[in-house]
Design a protein around this ligand. Structure first.
Ligand SMILES: NC(=O)c1ccc[n+]([C@@H]2O[C@H](COP(=O)([O-])OP(=O)(O)OC[C@H]3O[C@@H](n4cnc5c(N)ncnc54)[C@H](O)[C@@H]3O)[C@@H](O)[C@H]2O)c1
Length: 110
């Protein structure tokens, strides 16, 4: 990864995503973060929110228009948005299958 690249991080307000954001900013990257705050926490981004090279999109990945705008200009995507619990595919199959479709949609935009 080249320093100075613009990296899109989905799930940027999550446990892993927020650490990845901090690391990318500290190594000279610009970061576009996407999160719907379903499990993410704004306080995890308190170091990044003021940073001039960080831009936050508060949006759901299933919102294809918002996703397209967030991805525009990104050179690399680190996809960390997800449901960390097991069994969601059985309890909420429609939502889980929508998430899989949105991942495919993101892959096809590369
Ligand atoms: N934490 C672990 O030990 C671990 C281990 C293996 C794999 N993982 C995977 O790594 C990923 C991140 O894990 P984490 O622990 O940081 O979870 P997390 O819940 O802390 O972070 C996930 C983030 O994704 C966001 N999100 C979820 N659905 C979204 C959507 N549709 N649109 C936009 N944002 C959405 C949530 O708000 C949250 O901020 C997950 O896919 C998880 O399954 C985590």
């Amino acid at each position: 990864m080249l320093s100075g690249q613009t990296v899109v991080v989905t799930g940027c307000a999550g446990f892993i995503g927020s650490h990845v954001v901090d690391r990318l900013l500290s190594t000279g990257h610009s970061v576009v973060g996407i999160d719907n705050f379903s499990t993410g926490q704004r306080r995890f981004l308190e170091g990044a929110l003021w940073h001039p090279r960080f831009r936050l999109w508060e949006a759901d990945l299933l919102d294809v228009d918002a996703l397209g705008r967030a991805l525009a200009g990104g050179e690399l995507v680190i996809h960390l948005a997800g449901t960390p619990t097991f069994g969601s595919g059985q309890s909420t199959p429609a939502r889980t299958s929508s998430r899989i479709r949105s991942r495919r949609s993101m892959s096809s935009r590369r």
